[in-house]
Design a protein around this ligand. Structure first.
Ligand code: FPP
Length: 269
């Protein structure tokens, strides 16, 4: 059976990676100010392909290479977690041929990359309503998640058939059921309890969201978890998003003043 991952440990926002590896970092990045968790909306695959007179699916194929490079770079730079938006609950509305291609692509990538993920200590997990995915894909997901679960390297979460509103609704339903059964009082429902009912219960909230292709939208991604994330939006299309551009994103992130709704110490009376 395919599980939706709701293992419970507190979901708290942290601002610095615990395992920054200064030797691999470019000189102009400060190890103590790296994000612990980066989330990406990988947008622009279709446009990238169209610009080259190629079918859209070629953009997705190239997008996988970009994602692999980014995962490796995050690992080398000591970032603890990367979450990628691979397929939204709304993406089912795309042409059947494209949806089928994406499902097959996910399956093939999982099969082909598992050995390398083991060698590199990647711990993969999936967030979303996985029951609706093709059974063959569910089996590959189960295999990859189980085999990599004891790895201690970067945590790589793939949002697949994921929708932020749907995630919040299923959390509400689970909590309401517990209240109905008398296991929980309404007054017990706080942010920490609610976070533990989300797919991302065992990952800290993203410190940084990157969106490619210049769109200024969240597109139903991690609606709860992005409350205090910094945003980096670039016009670059996802297949062209490379290490240099990620470096720029890191520099921009390190310039941000994260106050989490409070004021700077210097502004306090
Ligand atoms: C958005 O570009 C991209 C997607 C919906 C698919 C992204 C998926 C991958 C890169 C594969 C990841 C694979 C694994 C196993 C994690 P778009 O098609 O919306 O581009 P457009 O806006 O230019 O049309």
């Amino acid at each position: 059976m395919t599980a939706n991952f709701t293992v419970s440990t507190a979901s708290v926002s942290s601002s610095a990676s615990s395992s920054a590896s200064p030797s691999a970092l470019p000189d102009d990045l400060i190890p103590g100010r790296m994000p612990a968790h980066v989330a990406v909306i990988m947008d622009g695959n279709g446009r990238w392909a169209k610009q080259r007179g190629l079918p859209r699916i070629m953009g997705h194929r190239k997008g996988v290479d970009t994602l692999k490079k980014l995962l490796r770079c995050c690992r080398d730079w000591g970032i603890d977690a990367l979450t990628a938006y691979a397929f939204s609950t709304e993406n089912w509305g795309r042409p059947t041929r494209e949806v089928d291609f994406l499902m097959t692509l996910f399956e093939r990538v999982l099969r082909q990359e598992l050995k390398e993920m083991m060698e590199e200590g990647v711990r993969i997990q999936f967030v979303g309503d996985l029951e609706a995915l093709p059974k063959t894909l569910q089996r590959e997901i189960d295999r990859a998640v189980i085999e990599t679960k004891d790895n201690r390297g970067i945590r790589f979460s793939v949002a697949t058939n994921y929708g932020g509103r749907q995630e919040i609704l299923q959390a509400c339903q689970a909590i309401a059921t517990q209240v109905q059964q008398g296991q929980l009082q309404p007054a017990d429902i706080d942010e920490s309890l609610f976070s533990r009912h989300l797919y991302t219960s065992d990952i800290s909230d993203p410190d940084l969201l990157i969106r490619t292709s210049g769109e200024m939208r969240i597109s139903n991604f991690l609606l709860w978890q992005l409350a205090y994330s910094e945003f980096y939006i670039t016009d670059t299309l996802w297949p062209d998003f490379d290490t240099d551009e990620f470096h720029q994103a890191m520099k921009a992130f390190q310039m941000r003043d994260r106050r989490f709704g409070k004021v700077d110490d210097s502004e306090k009376p």
